[in-house]
Design a protein around this ligand. Structure first.
Ligand SMILES: [Zn+2]
Length: 643
């Protein structure tokens, strides 16, 4: 999210209190009576639309068919569930009611949801998406009912012309006059997307009707500009308005929403991408990724090859030329020139929203053209910049600092509500998503996360257990035999160069298992069959393209970080606004000595189950996975010096 007038979040977070965990009381206080949903829609895959021109070659299983089993991932989802319950509906709806002139005595939320913040209302959209996803992921009916009640409260505030917002249309008048205003359509998109998610995952027909009316208002507003004037409006962040409009076209089949999606095409960004030129340097990162997700969705619905080129060229540029070894992207929220990495290790690097959105884009591209490389990338972000960006109380991060000696900071329960609080609330409501995809005759096992899959139509049931990536072995057990031949395809990651081994019921298999591919297992599966996959991990270095001496150490998919102590750190700094973004004064990159293997595994501790130490003469460091660090200074990159 582009801050108004500032690259850091200074000023948006006043309090520096430690996060409190959600309680059962808060959960009960938040749950409200249900509005009956249209149950016939819930759980259907609405992305497989009848108007779709480019069908995905591999499709994800609905969230309802995949349940997480005990693991760090399930813990993260449960912490997030507690956070969602802890926010009362009347506080979420407060600004909407104020705008509509409806009496409210709720205590306003703070941070970016405060009554004087121009972005207010954005989190409410994320919140609806998160509750919808959490319901689909866990079957939690109370949370669905709470979100249904919130939809009903928002419905009362929707204007006759379809406008729905936590502030008046005066913000759109400013946008029309090109006056300074903080991203009205960004917020509009989040609310529309939240309503569409409520329709898709809970069957809430009222939410769909509200989204349709919102789109009609946006259609009328946007149609009132000349094309040139409209392109100036699109210079202001608008989230994924094009994607939301395309999704509405997929649901309703009405071409006016397809045309609305095209109207939100930002030509300054799309034209170079269509021509295959990387002109991303100097552009705000998270402003633009959702536009490209919209292009990918537009391609699926229209067959527009230009949109296909845009999304694939963009993805290649980011993955190959604008990403750190963690998979994260952006520094100070912006992109730099291609391959500028070593000079861009900032305190405000790797905005979490960018990871959320790049994962969403890679999921589209994988569906269209299944390639293990997409999930190699997806997994790298899951294990490095998604895992580890939530604290022990469910509070979420904004940036993942890369400046040596900096540390992680987290939001507070009611006074943050950054953009990344929103995308994080969604992320940790769908950690069961994309673990498995399928095509007509096989299941893709993309991610190694303990889970239970029920492919209802096929009769196939699978349970996966593993401590991966803290361990190398993954076990899949068949709990229900498929009614027809079904291959299991196991992703062999890019780093698995020491040779993966696969056993079925103890017998080693000889199928090809080359890095960045799927090992295909054909077998007459019976209940009780056990597949064991072992992916031997090794230490390797990822060099910055612009300075090979600047390197990030990796162990399997895990980005390691040098521990740099807790000196001077306090709870108020970790949960405060000043955080690591004030001042700079970063330390130099930790140095290691060149030659041979400079890292070796060290003894585990309770705090750090995976530890490594540098073995070069004269310079000793301890390294652990970045995702395991919560309250300690670190550096992801090191300088590998001669000697
Ligand atoms: Zn963000």
């Amino acid at each position: 999210m582009a801050h108004q007038g500032s690259l850091t979040r200074r000023g948006f977070l006043a309090s520096a209190t430690a996060a409190g965990s959600a309680t059962l009381l808060a959960r009960l206080a938040g749950a409200q009576k249900a509005v009956s949903p249209a149950a016939d829609v819930a759980g259907k895959d609405l992305t497989a639309s009848s108007v779709e021109k480019v069908a995905w070659k591999a499709r994800p299983f609905p969230l309802t068919d995949v349940r997480l089993l005990p693991s760090q991932w399930k813990d993260m989802m449960e912490l997030n569930r507690g956070f969602l319950y802890s926010i009362p509906n009347d506080r979420l709806a407060h600004n909407f009611r104020m705008t509509a002139g409806i009496a409210t005595d709720a205590t306003p939320l703070g941070g970016w949801e405060a009554p004087d913040c121009e972005l207010r209302g954005h989190y409410v959209g994320h919140y609806l998406s998160a509750c919808a996803l959490m319901h689909a992921s866990t079957g939690d009916a109370d949370l669905r009912d709470k979100a249904n009640a919130l939809v009903a409260m928002l419905a009362e505030t929707q204007a006759k012309d379809g406008y729905l917002g936590a502030y008046s249309t005066a913000s759109y008048d400013k946008l029309r006059k090109h006056e300074k205003v903080w991203a009205p359509f960004y917020t509009y998109h989040k609310i529309m997307a939240g309503l569409l998610d409520m329709y898709e995952h809970t069957g809430n027909a009222q939410a769909l009707a509200m989204a349709v009316r919102m789109a009609d208002w946006a259609d009328t507003y946007s149609a009132s500009f000349t094309p040139d004037e409209w392109q100036k409006v699109l210079l202001v962040e608008q989230g994924g308005m094009n994607e939301a409009a395309f999704n509405l076209y997929a649901i309703t089949g009405k071409p006016k929403y397809r045309d609305l999606g095209y109207r939100f095409e930002h030509k300054k960004i799309f034209e170079p991408l269509a021509a295959g030129e990387d002109k991303l340097g100097g552009n705000h990162a998270n402003t633009n990724i959702p536009k490209v997700i919209g292009a990918a969705r537009g391609y699926e619905l229209t067959g527009d090859e230009r949109y296909n080129r845009i999304s694939r060229n963009f993805y290649r540029d980011i993955v190959e030329h604008h990403s750190y070894n963690t998979g994260g992207t952006s520094n100070g929220e912006f992109w730099q020139k291609p391959d500028e990495i070593s000079t861009q290790l900032g305190a405000a690097a790797q905005e979490c929203c960018c990871a959320y959105n790049m994962m969403k884009l890679s999921r589209h591209l994988f569906g269209q053209e299944p390639d293990a490389a997409h999930f190699d990338y997806y997994e790298r972000m899951m294990v490095n910049v998604r895992h580890g960006t939530q604290d022990r109380n469910g509070m979420l991060m904004y940036y993942v600092p890369l400046e040596p000696g900096k540390y992680k900071t987290f939001g507070t329960p009611y006074d943050a509500f950054w953009c990344c609080t929103g995308t994080g609330s969604e992320e940790y409501a769908k950690l069961n998503d994309s673990i498995y995809f399928h095509d007509d005759d096989s299941v893709f096992v993309n991610l190694y996360i303990p889970s239970r899959l029920s492919w209802v139509d096929r009769g196939l049931g699978i349970e996966m257990t593993t401590k991966y990536p803290a361990a190398e072995k993954i076990t899949l057990r068949v709990t229900s035999a498929p009614k027809q031949a079904t291959a299991l395809k196991l992703r062999i990651p890019y780093w698995a160069t020491k040779g993966a081994t696969i056993r079925i019921n103890g017998a080693e298999q000889t199928v090809p298992a080359t890095p960045t591919s799927y090992a295909r297992l054909e077998h007459a599966w019976q209940v009780g069959d056990v597949v064991e996959l072992t992916l031997p991990m090794s230490l390797h270095m990822a060099s910055a393209a612009d300075d090979p001496a600047v390197q990030g150490a990796m162990y399997g998919p895990l980005a390691l970080a040098v521990l740099m102590g807790r000196e001077g750190l306090s709870t108020a700094m970790i949960y405060g606004d000043s955080g690591p973004f004030d001042g700079g004064h970063g330390m130099p990159l930790p140095e290691v000595r060149q030659g041979g293997v400079w890292l070796e595994q060290a003894e585990a501790t309770n705090e750090y189950p995976l530890r490594f130490r540098s073995s070069g003469p004269g310079i000793a460091h301890t390294l652990v996975p970045l995702s395991h660090i919560t309250d300690e200074r670190y550096s992801v990159y090191v300088r590998n010096v001669a000697g």
